[in-house]
Design a protein around this ligand. Structure first.
Ligand SMILES: CC(C)(COP(=O)(O)OP(=O)(O)OC[C@H]1O[C@@H](n2cnc3c(N)ncnc32)[C@H](O)[C@@H]1OP(=O)(O)O)[C@@H](O)C(=O)NCCC(=O)NCCS
Length: 172
């Protein structure tokens, strides 16, 4: 297994339309449809980083639905691994909608997923370390440990007293 990988090695991009069977009563994209697309693309980034065919969603740490996405929109999802731990990886997904009038993509949503690489017995298996390069990648890398601890505390997998990185946020 490669010891380290850069964030850009796990970059995945998915562009698609919003079709009539993917909308809610207000003619905007159904939240569950966007979640499914986010889960799918982050699993691709997790596979690319881990080099493992088998990865599973461990948690959805954050999703924000900032702006509605109307029927017929061109939606682009961009995902990258932001930090790798032992077997788990944090993945950021940014969502953009194309504005045909101004010919630009505008950001509408984002989400943070945690995936775990598993072996043939469905047991967590080691993944390469991640090297963050750009300013944004470094910022996301640095905050990822806090988010992991928060996710583990909320899932009842970590005692709040042991979440040192998270506690430091409130005491600084
Ligand atoms: C996720 C899963 C593999 C964890 O397995 P486990 O036997 O509990 O193993 P561990 O406790 O060693 O956890 C493995 C890693 O996942 C991380 N993890 C587990 N739950 C987590 C959570 N809620 N948030 C963040 N990280 C989590 C652990 O911190 C650990 O990370 P590390 O190895 O990088 O330090 C297991 O719970 C599972 O298979 N869940 C179902 C996944 C699934 O089916 N997803 C699709 C849902 S439809």
């Amino acid at each position: 297994m490669t010891k380290t990988k850069t964030a850009k090695e796990s970059l995945a991009v998915m562009t698609n339309l919003v079709l009539p069977n993917e909308i809610n009563q207000l003619n905007n994209m159904f939240g569950g449809e966007l979640l499914a697309r986010m889960d799918r693309i982050s699993s691709i980034s997790a596979k690319m980083h881990s080099g493992s065919f088998q990865v599973v969603t461990a948690s959805v740490n954050h999703v924000s639905f900032n702006k509605p996405i109307p029927l017929g929109s061109t939606v682009k999802l961009v995902s990258k691994v932001t930090r790798a731990f032992k077997s788990s990886m944090e993945i950021y997904v940014d969502v953009y909608v194309y504005d045909y009038q101004n010919e630009v993509y505008n950001k509408t949503n984002d989400a943070i997923y945690t995936f775990v690489a598993v072996d043939e017995n469905n047991k967590p298996t080691a993944v390469p370390e991640l090297v963050a390069e750009t300013e944004e990648e470094i910022k996301r890398f640095d905050a990822a440990l806090r988010r992991k601890q928060l996710s583990l505390v909320l899932a009842g997998r970590m005692e709040p007293k042991d979440a040192h990185e998270l506690k430091a946020l409130f005491s600084s």
